[in-house]
Design a protein around this ligand. Structure first.
Ligand code: NAP
Length: 342
């Protein structure tokens, strides 16, 4: 085994201790100190540097069958993380290597090396492997270009537009020749970032007035593609404004993740018929084949300055729950990250 002289005896990890009803509260989680397992054959021990908190994790807190298994009560939660290998019994991995893996929400992770992907801090800042160059970025790329069948000249509307996925959808659409890019977000400052930093043609604050009214004003010729991160009345407004043969990628419905009642909207699904619309759900897991192409194209745009990104970084493993809840409330601009210190 290659390792430093002493390995940590214990590390802190977040456990789900109660299943939230509606909005999660800090009391649903506990930060517990547990022994750190030394790596076995084929395993590595990783000190996590950056943790991801993502909207899909809210679904994993419910005890329901889904495309990812629910978190178990009194067990460590998981999620995307980037860390540094501190001990290895796996061929090809040595202390000092940086890896991306799924055992987040904790300080140390012992895992099979085949479940980790090496990443390079020289190629890109390590946090970007959780955001603009990681899972949310691939979601934006695949969801727009493949699922929505985007083509040059399309007018594109994206909700949750100042977040990790949304901000990349809008910029990819612009770079691929959209006729108009429109975004909605939950504050005037986010709206400013969309038009002034990311080059959206129009943006509006969905908390400031009628959604359909604001969307119509921002898209006088209608929209051809809607990238849905929000669901509910955002989806209803988009259906109202989509042009004939329009397409929508149903990527997320964050307005419903903490709801205890079914949503009132959309109430206009009958419009799908006359407008011959296509609404298609997506899962990023299904688009892993696009990863190399996505990585090459988006990292080149970042290097050239054509695609910009922001991250909201919260410090300290003890603040992971606050970061998660803050992300659900819109406290982030761009990817929400928890950094544990280098
Ligand atoms: P994010 O947009 O970076 O963060 C979540 C944002 O949602 C918040 O910043 C907040 O921004 C917005 N929000 C929260 N409640 C809202 C509400 N009631 N109405 C409108 N906006 C609300 O998160 P992300 O990681 O990029 O994910 C965005 C969406 O994509 C989520 O729905 C997620 O579930 C989905 N997703 C799907 C896949 C897939 O494979 N299908 C993969 C990744 C992500 P405001 O300040 O603007 O409200």
């Amino acid at each position: 085994m290659s390792s430093p002289d002493t390995l940590p005896a214990t590390g802190r990890e977040w456990h789900l201790i109660a299943r939230p009803q509606g909005w999660p509260t800090p009391g649903d989680f506990a930060l517990r100190e547990r022994p750190v397992a030394a790596p076995d054959d084929g395993q590595i021990l990783v000190r996590n540097l950056h943790l991801s908190v993502d909207p899909y994790m809210r679904g994993r807190m419910n005890d329901v069958k889904s495309y990812v298994p629910p978190f178990q009560l009194d067990e460590p939660m998981g999620g995307g993380a980037v860390g540094v290998v501190i001990a290895s019994k796996a061929e090809g991995f040595v202390p000092g290597d940086h890896v991306l893996h799924d055992l987040g929400w904790r300080e140390y992770a012992t895992l099979r090396a085949r479940h980790a992907t090496k990443v390079s801090a020289e190629m890109a800042p390590l946090t970007t492997y959780l955001g603009v160059l990681g899972m949310p970025g691939l979601t934006a790329y695949a969801g727009l270009l493949e699922v929505a069948s985007f083509k040059e000249g399309d007018a594109v509307f994206v909700s949750g537009a100042a977040g990790a996925v949304g901000s990349e959808v809008g910029q990819i659409a612009r770079l691929k020749g959209a006729s108009r890019v429109i975004g909605s977000a939950g504050s005037d400052e986010k709206v400013r970032v969309l038009t002034e930093e990311y080059g959206f043609d129009a943006a509006f604050n969905y908390k400031s007035g009628s959604l359909t009214g604001q969307l119509k004003e921002a898209a006088p010729d209608g929209i051809d593609v809607y990238f849905d991160n929000v669901g509910g009345d955002h989806l209803e407004a988009a259906i109202n404004v989509l042009n004939v043969h329009g397409r929508a990628t149903i990527c997320g419905m964050i307005s419903q993740y903490n709801a205890t009642e079914p949503p009132a909207a959309p109430r206009n699904l009958a419009m799908l018929i006359g407008k011959q619309l296509r609404l298609q759900g997506m899962l990023v897991l299904d688009h892993a084949d696009l990863m190399p192409q996505f990585f090459e194209e988006v990292s080149a745009w970042i290097r050239s300055g054509e695609l910009r990104y922001r991250e909201t970084v919260v410090e300290g493993v003890g603040n992971t729950v606050d970061a998660f809840l803050g992300m659900l409330k819109g406290e982030n601009t761009g990817k929400m990250i928890v950094s544990l210190g280098d």
